[in-house]
Structures are given as C-alpha cells and as structure tokens.
Write a protein that binds this ligand. Structure first.
Ligand code: FA5
Length: 344
C-alpha cells in the first residue's frame, strides 16, 4: 500500500504540473481528491488494516493528501494570477479614459407638472401644503355641504375604508377639497394655499380618467375676495402654463361647497377644438372645478361670511401635460414605459 501511495503522489503531481486552466484544475481535483479517487478509497479502507500497518499507511496517506491539497491551492493561485495578468498584457489599458456613463433618473412628468404649478402659484403668494389621503367622511363630504343621500355624492364614486365598529367612517379622498376644511379649522384669514395630492375614485378608466389621479386644490380667503379674483388668478395660471394664445373656457358649474360654481376647460390640442375622441367631440377638455366658497362652509369653520369671502378651485394635474404636449391617453403616465417617460 505504501508503494501504491507513493505512485499515486508522483502521478498526481506530474499531472498537476500539466494543468493550465481552472476548469482542468477542477477535473484534476475530482480525479485525485474526489470521493471516488484512489487516495480517498485508501483512506476509507484503513480501518480494516491491522493496527501497526494502519498507523504507517495512515500517516503516509495523510501526508500524500496534504501534499496534493497544497499543490492544488498553489496551482489555483498561479492560475488566478495569470488570468488577471493576461488582459493587462495583451491589451493596452488606458486608465485615463472616462468611465461608462450610467443612466440617471429624472422626475416623473406628473411630479414636474406639480412642481411647476406650485411655482406659478407660489409667485402669486400661495403657500403649498399637503393633507391625508385616507380621509374622514366628514371632511370629504359633510363639511363640504354634501350630507349623506345628497345627489352630489354620485359625482364621487367613493372607495370606502373599512374601519372597526364605532369609529368614524373613513374613505380614500375623492378630491383634495377636504383640505379646505382642515386648513380653515386651524388658520384664520388671510389664507392663500394650494394643496397638491392624490385623489381616488372607483370609476372605469378611459383616455381622460384614471381611478388614482392627482389634483391641486387652491383656496384664498380674505376680505373683499370676489369672483374676478378667482377668474384673474386662474387665467394668469393658464397663461403661464399654456401661453397667451391658447383658448380657455370659463363657465358655470355646480359644486355644493361653492356658490357660484364654475369650471374651466382648455381647447383640445389633439383636434385644435374641432372635436375628437379625446375631448368627447366637444373641442374642450375640462381641467378644473372652482367657485366662491359657500357661506355655510365658512360659517361651519368659524369664519364669519359677512366679513370674509373666498374662492377655491380643484384642478386635475394629468390633464395639464396632456393638453400641453398632446398626450392622448392619461394612462400613458402610469404604464411606466421609460420610452414615453424619458421624453419629458
Ligand atoms: C372636484 O373634484 C372638486 N373638488 C373641484 C372643486 C374644488 C370645485 C374647489 C369647486 C371648488 P371634479 O370632480 O370636477 O371636481 O374634478 C376636478 C378636476 O379633476 C377635473 O376637472 C379633472 O381635471 C380632474 N379629474 C376628475 N376626475 C378625474 C379622473 N378620474 N381622472 C383624472 N382627472 C380627473
């Protein structure tokens, strides 16, 4: 057995000196140190030998195993080194070359639009605040003159949030208008704020409707605020965003929390006002609802409607870049197709 071990060692080490790749080295390892190799078989069979012979053969076998293992790791180190060195030798490496540019992210077009809206109104003296998306029914409806069973609840297909019994009913806000109330409860006039944020409606989506979309609420309360202030503010906003030439329509509408109420629409870019699928063949796309804050709403938050008056508006954010750049489907903003998003 001692002779056999000696032969194994010579054979293995001579084969090792011929190995010139990591793959070849792995094959060598399996052949000479693997479970089925002659050496490991010998080590396994030692137990069957008489004691004296076992001691000598065992020492010899372990010595061969150690020699093969250190040969293996030395060869591995040599091969790794050679692997690293070869491209450096074969190619010139210019360490002064600039690195490969990594793509850097950009702001989503809706975030860009919100930032722009905040800047335009900021220049007109409006502060930006935010409010909760999970809202109490009271703020979303009752405080805005929309009691249960009021037909206006039909306008807002509501997603209700389940709460344990006894707690106040909550919902995903259907518009940003509840922030009018929250703000007027804690601040006294003069007030001039805008509130960007998500709104949620349980309704089918189409080219101009999403079930989760952004609105920006506006609110100004002070002495002597009139409908002319509302109209002037909104027209100035449209001029800043769309330029002087773009046609804007301002006409009556109904919302229970304003009196009088209005809506504003911008001429459809897709058909230049001629009428198409996108604008429902009207030539106009509605961007916001607005009006003079209802005296009952002011009174409810403890602001005297005989002294103060205010205007409010709520605009849809996605429709603004649609109208500006001719995007013909609101859903494109949320499909996360980078080819589309990178254009903004
Ligand atoms: C409202 O939400 C009122 N809170 C607006 C308001 C505020 C009126 C203050 C008076 C005073 P309306 O449901 O019309 O109103 O929505 C306002 C704007 O949000 C719409 O003009 C539209 O631009 C946008 N919008 C409404 N629903 C969707 C939807 N499903 N997807 C995308 N945008 C929408």
């Amino acid at each position: 057995m001692l002779d056999q071990l000696k032969g194994l060692r010579t054979q293995a080490l001579s084969e090792l000196s011929e190995v010139d790749s990591l793959r070849g080295l792995e094959l060598w390892r399996v052949r000479h140190l693997g479970k089925k190799s002659a050496l490991i078989q010998i080590l396994r069979s030692l137990a069957t030998l008489p004691a004296e012979e076992r001691r000598r053969a065992g020492a010899q076998a372990n010595e061969v195993k150690t020699a093969l293992e250190s040969g293996l790791s030395e060869k591995e180190r040599q091969l790794q080194e050679a692997l690293l060195a070869s491209p450096l030798k074969s190619r010139q490496l210019d360490v002064t070359l600039p690195g490969r540019p990594y793509p850097i992210g950009g702001l989503h077009p809706i975030t860009q639009t919100i930032n722009e809206i905040c800047e335009i109104f900021g220049n007109m003296g409006f502060q930006t605040i935010e409010g909760p998306e999970v809202e109490l029914e009271y703020y979303n409806f009752e405080a805005l003159n929309i009691p249960p069973h009021h037909p206006a609840r039909e306008m807002f297909a509501t997603l209700w949030v389940e709460t344990g019994g006894g707690e106040e009913t909550t919902l995903l806000r259907t518009h940003t208008s509840p922030m009018q109330i929250r703000l007027m409860e804690r601040e006294r006039p003069p007030i001039r704020v805008i509130v960007p944020g998500r709104a949620y409606r349980y309704e089918a989506t189409d080219a101009t409707h999403e079930s989760i979309f952004f609105q920006v609420e506006g609110l100004a309360v002070d002495t002597n605020i009139t409908m002319a202030d509302l109209k002037g503010t909104l027209l100035e906003f449209c001029r800043c965003l769309f330029g002087d030439e773009r046609k804007v329509r301002f006409r009556c509408d109904y919302f229970p929390f304003v009196e009088p109420g209005a809506e504003m629409a911008i001429e459809c870019l897709a058909c230049a006002g001629a009428g198409c699928r996108l604008c429902g063949h009207s030539g106009w796309i509605e961007i916001l609802g607005a009006g003079m804050v209802h005296p009952d709403v002011l009174a409810r938050v403890g602001i005297d409607p005989d002294i103060y008056s205010g205007f409010a508006f709520g605009m849809g954010v996605e429709r603004l870049p649609m109208l500006r750049y001719g995007v013909d489907d609101i859903r494109l903003f949320y499909n996360n197709d980078l080819r589309f998003l990178r254009q903004f």
